[in-house]
Write a protein that binds this ligand. Sequence first.
Ligand SMILES: [Zn+2]
Length: 413
Amino acid sequence: MLDTKQLLDRFISYVTIDTQSDPHSKSTPSTDKQWNLAKKLHQELLDIGLEDVSIDENAYIMATLPSNVSHEVPTIGFISHFDTSPDFSGTNVKPQIHENYQGGDIILNKAKDIILSPAYFEDLNKYIGNTIITTDGTTLLGADDKAGVTEIVSAMAYLIKHPEIKHGKIRVGFTPDEEIGRGAHKFDVEKFGAEYAYTMDGSEIGELEYENFNAAEAKIHFHGRIVHPGYAKGKLKNAMYMATEFVESLPKNEVPEKTEGYEGFFHLTDMNGEVEKAYLHYIIRDHDKTKFEARKELIYKLGQLLKDKYGEDAITVEVNDQYFNMKEQVLPVKHIVDIAEEAMKSLDITPILKPIRGGTDGAQLSYMGLPCPNIFAGGHNFHGKFEYLPLENLIKATEVIIKIAELTAKKSN
Ligand SMILES: [Zn+2]
């Protein structure tokens, strides 16, 4: 049995250290304060008895739990990130613990009248009887992804204390700066040396993900011609009208607010303009590679149509790929998803396999040669003051890690 109190204490000790990352910083880690937790984690991995514990100049932490069986078992890894989102404050996190949740509103902050309500966040209803860890309404919680860190550390500590559970070599990795899209950037896949790994960075219990968006961004510049409006007939070209024409010609229903599941979209994230020049910024998303390519083509095609109308140098179109669907890298080793699924089922957890409508570090790692599906870490409402974590999810995710280690060794015997 896992020591629940120890898990909770460990989680609290992580979330009370501010590790917010900063997209405007060029350094790694993007904020110096991430070192505070990185150094603590490094020490803790040594203390629980892991081997090859290392921390590099960019604050990437790695460690090894050696195999305790004589037969060959593939080396697997577990990865999570210790930074928190720049979207909401992570300074002075004061976790509140609500034992034996009986449904209904949870008052996060009486003075500020901040309430976590199942009327709005229906998922809460799934956790009646659980211990719910919340914020005090002034910060995020940081379960994303310190829940993942807690689970990995706790699972390793448990396996060390329980040598009767047989497993192969396990590598663990903790990264900075995932929330600003750079968690995988300086991850040394070769040094990590695992055949495949799992990121513990999903949300609700049961989540198991190995599909994510293909992603690109489009930058479209429109160049107009300014002429005194009184004498402008036949001469003036208004860049803002060109831009609106472009916006109008994209499919109206293929936008984030009207799509779900496997439906892709064009999302206008920025527009600005004056008569002489206008600018549009889009992000393009689709799980399906062919549809993704067609979306990028459409952007170019619409640009060309407007060029034909307003002149070759009136519009410049630039489309850049951002990341790709990890599915293509994971499918050849699909058994790694199957093992995770089996681990969950054996723990009475219903696996929820669904496509991620976004990207993950695992997607980047998968393309760097480390296939990396994502498993639930247990928290809800990430990146804001309503973030919460049922303690039971934290325990279950830890058990999933232990079970995956066990199954991997069993299956290769
Ligand atoms: Zn995360």
